[in-house]
Design a protein around this ligand. Sequence first.
Ligand code: KG4
Ligand code: ZN
Length: 351
Amino acid sequence: MLILAIETSCDETSAAIVENGTNVRSNVIATSRDAFERSGGVIPEQAARKQIESIMPVIHEALGEANMLPEDIDLLAVTKGPGLLGSLLVGTTAARTIASVWQKPLIGVHHTFGHLSSPWLLSSSQPSFPILTLSASGGHTDLWYRTDHTKGALLGQTRDDAAGEAFDKGASLLGLPYPGGPAVAKLAEHGKKDAYVFPSPLANEDTLTFSFSGLKTALRYLLRDIVDSQEADGLSHEILANVAASFQHAIAEHLCSRIERALKKFRDVRELHIVGGVSANLHLRMLAEDLASAGGIQLRVPSSISYCTDNAAMIGAAAYFLQREDPETAFSSFETTASLPLENAMITTRH
Ligand code: KG4
Ligand code: ZN
């Protein structure tokens, strides 16, 4: 089955052709990220305008790269939410129009369900359930116990900021560009992760809930204290690298503390997955790998960095599994919406 998938939930415009949920024939991504480097985050109006400019060229390129004609495509898939409404509407309007002209079915996909499906893309072996998945990006951070592609229990989510948002806000305090995750990770390469100690969020609660806003505040005070204690103006590269490494370590440790707790609770878990933009972080991957090997299970992350951050291929994979496992829901009509509860990402089961 060949699916033409479209993802425009934020500042990336992406179109992909995905075969049978796993084989990526093309995955084209245009980003307006450069425009937001100095603003510390995405400006919705501007992102939507860029989406309009990019959407048709990106779709043409995805079809051309895969050498596909409209008649080769079985169905279309598009991110229906959550995200920036202006950006989402560009993708869903394009998808609805093409589906109508080509007379093909269309599936609306929850953005998080796309991320959850990303480890299947071009993977050398197929994952096996039950799976514990940490999905961490700029907009959400959540932990799932999954018994099937479309079925699972939401074990925990963030109470305030998302993990990627913590990286983005931390980067801004450190004077680094948006998006913060890659910038903090790069600076941290030359720093010591134990140079500064950050408080453990929700330390006294036996929970699978996340919280990142305290880490951001701790970083603000740490930088202020370091500046106050300095005689010379400005902070050396060495100090900044140590702060970045310690901050990155604190985020990764908080994420892993919940994974460790969940793995103790759900002994039948066969694989640990980390998905979403933050899964590109190598330090997080290293800590997660230790947890997985201690538990005798496999850690799986998307097979390429471009499947970690927003991309249309993951939406194509998600749509394939949706129509296979839950055709009634898959083909029902949908609204384009900025806020879509996390619980709607999958058929949620009790745990
Ligand atoms: O999944 P994604 O592309 O978009 C959303 O759905 O939000 O995730 C983007 C987030 C940003 O907050 C970015 O800073 C973070 O993922 N990110 C990273 C890394 N690469 C991207 N965070 C930590 N380390 C990275 N290498
Ligand atoms: Zn995302």
